[in-house]
Design a protein around this ligand. Structure first.
Ligand SMILES: Nc1nc2c(ncn2[C@@H]2O[C@H](COP(=O)(O)OP(=O)(O)OP(=O)(O)O)[C@@H](O)[C@H]2O)c(=O)[nH]1
Ligand SMILES: [Mg+2]
Ligand SMILES: [Zn+2]
Length: 358
């Protein structure tokens, strides 16, 4: 079957964007992989290695101005061996997180995503708090979350039911699936959500079975899978880069390296959506600026006392709220420093200019 753009997720909205941005003269493709500054772009004419133009590089202010896996791009050179990326189409969604070890910086995971498949293994990896972190990332990115619990073959039927119940109690607004990549139990139900032309980004810790799921669904060994053992290898992942894979059924998957830390970046209203129960209760708090920590007449604390709100939810909320404010402070701090630095540079250039005139 010949590939056409709709297999890559191209739709009416993108066609419109292409016209509005005067990009019809260029070829069009979607970034399916990235290796440092080299990109692999899939087009109707095949896969091309590509680099960005000098002017795109020159005008880029941050990492986010460079292509990412999932991006639609305007290209030339698709008749030779090598293509050039001139422009990135406006992104309709971007999943990002706080960059590891670089506070106040966010890092793009993937773009133009419709759904995030949040994978968590039921054996060792399982943590509802971490699920709430991923959900917040999704809500901030305007990407619909789907929770997929994996490795159910490793636990008893009754424990699986217990875990499912626990997740469904805490997470009200995302569908939850339980699967085994080993027995393929639960695959049929999960496949129902993987619709043609929609892009799914796989998220989750290292070793939860993201690449195994991608391989099984694609029927090919597209991604390497395995186990990294031994304490000396801690923090390494089997999958080392992101990759977009097309399924026979028309679904589009983006596999990612596992995340060790799920840092909350710019959260917008992400927390509000994830912790909807808290925000609803808070409408009845006595004080408008109630922090739900010790105030009299706090409806949230009352709900925890009466057992109608899980205290774990409130703890996790407070933790993430704190992280969010630290992140925002460091972003402000960084901007301030950049401003000061910009001024110093300007002054310096002025002096330099005067110096040369004399
Ligand atoms: N028993 C069992 N093992 C599984 C299941 N899914 C994956 N595995 C095994 O878990 C190991 C890790 O799987 P991967 O698919 O490589 O995990 P990943 O999420 O892609 O990991 P990174 O690429 O490091 O992020 C492999 O040895 C898989 O065979 C499952 O449902 N049940
Ligand atoms: Mg992997
Ligand atoms: Zn309150």
């Amino acid at each position: 079957m010949k590939l056409n753009l709709s297999h890559l997720g191209y739709n009416h909205r993108l066609a419109q964007t292409r016209i509005e941005n005067n990009l019809t003269e260029f070829e069009i493709g979607r970034v399916i992989a990235q290796h440092k500054e080299r990109y692999v772009v899939k087009t109707e004419a095949g896969d091309f290695e590509a680099e960005v133009t000098g002017s795109l590089r020159f005008s880029a202010e941050t990492r986010a101005d460079f292509p990412a896996v999932g991006d639609w791009v305007a290209l030339t050179g698709c008749d030779g061996d090598f293509a050039v990326i001139h422009q990135i189409y406006p992104r309709f969604s971007t999943i990002s997180r706080q960059a590891v070890g670089q506070f106040g910086k966010s890092q793009i995971i993937a773009t133009n995503i419709d759904y995030a498949l949040i994978l968590q293994a039921v054996d060792r990896d399982f943590s509802v708090n971490r699920l709430e972190r991923y959900l917040t990332i999704c809500h901030t990115s305007k990407v619909s979350p789907v929770i997929v619990l994996t490795k159910t073959d490793l636990i008893s039927e009754s424990l699986r039911a217990e875990i499912l119940e626990k997740v469904q109690q805490r997470v009200k607004d995302a569908p939850v699936f339980a699967i085994s990549n080993e027995t393929r139990h639960g695959y049929d139900a999960l496949c129902q959500v993987i619709k043609p032309g929609k892009t799914f980004c796989l998220l989750g810790s290292s070793g939860v079975g993201k690449s195994t799921l991608v391989n099984n669904l694609s029927g090919r060994n597209v991604m390497r899978t395995g186990v990294i053992s031994g304490s000396s290898n801690r923090g390494r992942h089997i999958t080392s880069h992101r990759e977009l894979i097309l399924l026979e059924n028309g679904g589009i998957l983006i596999d990612n390296p596992g995340m060790r830390e799920v840092g909350i970046a710019d959260t917008d209203n992400g927390l509000e959506t994830t912790f909807d129960s808290i925000f609803t209760l808070a409408e009845n708090c006595k004080f408008k600026d109630c922090t739900h920590t010790r105030e009299m007449g706090c409806a949230v604390l009352t709900a925890v006392e009466s057992g109608s709100l899980d205290s774990g939810v409130l703890d996790n909320y407070h933790k993430m709220l704190k992280e969010k404010s630290v992140f925002e402070t460091s972003v402000r701090e960084k901007r301030k420093q950049a401003k000061i630095f910009g001024k110093i540079q300007k002054d310096y250039q002025k002096k330099d200019f005067k110096g040369r005139r004399h």
